[in-house]
Design a protein around this ligand. Structure first.
Ligand SMILES: Nc1ncnc2c1ncn2[C@@H]1O[C@H](COP(=O)(O)OP(=O)(O)OP(=O)(O)O)[C@@H](O)[C@H]1O
Ligand SMILES: [Mg+2]
Length: 413
């Protein structure tokens, strides 16, 4: 480098000139040496200046390169951050140290209608009071803050974390998770537990009451005692039914619940179910008719039997006179089963609800038949697990038609 060798070189040249002048101290030689020295000094100085300039330019270029590299890296990181924020599936807002919204992903914009928020002071969030309050608190306290808000009937978990760089506060990062499903599941679970308790309480109270009477009244006439015994038996059976149904439901709710798919002759199964329940129907004076197409389908035979037993039992239970018709036919890739009755029918407003757990249109009637209100919800679940559908058409006072469509071959999904 010129700058490094400049001064030592100059010293060497001046020393050399002085030695030469001492060896040959003539006026002409001294003048000549001084002129040469001055010219050399000028030439060397110009050269030195140029190299210095070149060195500075080189450093500048290196600095520029490093700066570009850092900016590129920053842009890439920002790009990655933005992409990450977009695929996050949750809302993300970043507020900088100047109280401005510096980052807001599409999810947050769409959910809270904040498409105009970018680069605005975070006061823009004030249109959502609860969200603003949480973020405002987090911003002011410079601490991690967590809370839940409700907006448009949805529940959100808001988590705000401060950003520090070299111990300096640089705003905060807000993450917004939609927890509506979790909340709903929580509510559903609570409701379910309350329903189960209620359902178990009824037969248990009956059993307790009757045993109290039986204990108290030892001299009760045999006829009356037999009446009570019958109630005890019925209520115990009812308890057993509820517990069995609950067991089925809890099994189906498990994530690792799997069907045991086998090749099944559906005509045979339908006929077996009808044979099993025919007497029960005929005892009520009901006519049972069946037209069933022969086919082999791939289903879980035990579950399918449960579905058909439940459906036909319902038809018998909720029909006082007339006919039960069972149809089975192939419709392209599906096998369709229809169970029709000329019973009490279901009002339009109840038609969706009957598939819900514990829902009974007429509590007294269902209880009398020993029903727990879980049958249709189990059926619906089993059919869904088979990737099929169940539909209901019904006219109140005239009858009902339940239609099940099952893929004849279960595709692996
Ligand atoms: N074929 C039908 N005709 C009229 N109402 C029906 C029919 N099937 C079901 N329902 C109504 O739907 C309700 C829910 O039926 P579901 O089978 O789930 O329960 P359940 O029959 O009361 O009891 P279980 O759990 O023992 O089957 C019944 O209580 C009844 O009110
Ligand atoms: Mg039922």
């Amino acid at each position: 480098m010129a700058s490094k060798s400049y001064y030592p070189t100059m010293v060497v040249i001046y020393l050399l000139a002085m030695v030469l002048m001492i060896i040959n101290p003539t006026t002409l030689f001294i003048i000549f040496t001084v002129v040469v020295l001055i010219m050399f000094q000028i030439v060397w100085f110009v050269y030195y200046q140029n190299s210095l300039k070149e060195e500075t330019n080189q450093s500048l270029r290196e600095l520029e390169y490093k700066l570009n590299k850092t900016m590129r890296y920053r842009d890439e990181t920002r790009q990655q951050f933005t992409s990450l924020a977009e695929v996050l599936g949750s809302g993300l807002i970043r507020i900088d140290e100047n109280e401005r919204v510096r980052e807001i992903n599409t999810y947050a914009k769409d959910t809270f209608d904040l498409s105009d928020a970018i680069d605005q002071p975070y006061d823009v969030l004030k249109r959502h009071k609860t969200l603003y309050n949480l973020i405002h608190e987090a911003y002011l306290t410079e601490r991690e803050t967590r809370g839940q808000i409700v907006y448009n009937d949805r529940f959100f978990d808001i988590n705000s974390a401060p950003i520090f760089e070299s111990n300096l506060y640089h705003g905060c990062l807000v993450l917004i998770h939609d927890i509506t499903q979790i909340k709903n599941a929580e509510t559903f679970q609570k409701q379910f537990t309350a329903d189960v308790t209620h359902e178990l309480k009824t037969p248990l109270s009956a059993l307790k009451g009757i045993s109290e009477i039986l204990l108290r009244d030892q001299d009760m006439p045999l006829e009356k005692r037999q009446e009570f015994d019958k109630i005890v038996f019925n209520q115990s059976e009812r308890l057993e039914t509820i517990l069995n149904d609950l067991l089925i439901i809890s099994k189906m709710d498990r994530l690792d619940y799997e069907l045991n798919i086998k090749q099944l002759n559906i005509k045979q199964l339908l006929e077996d179910v009808i044979d099993l329940l025919r007497t029960q129907a005929e005892d009520k004076g009901l006519v049972v008719e069946a037209t069933i197409a022969d086919d082999t389908i791939y289903v879980d035979p035990l579950k399918m039997e449960q579905v058909l037993l439940n459906l036909v039992k319902n038809a018998i239970n909720y029909t006082d006179q007339g006919q039960i018709t069972i149809k089975g036919y192939i419709d392209k890739k599906e096998y369709v089963i229809e169970v029709l009755d000329t019973g009490i029918g279901i009002k339009k407003s109840d038609q969706e609800k009957v598939f819900k757990r514990f829902y009974r249109v007429d509590d007294a009637r269902s209880r009398a038949s020993g029903g727990s209100g879980l049958g249709l919800s189990i059926i619906k679940n089993v059919i869904r697990k088979h990737h099929g559908t169940i539909d209901l058409q019904s006219t109140f006072g005239e009858g009902s038609r339940f239609i099940i469509r099952i893929p004849r071959v279960q595709e692996i999904r």
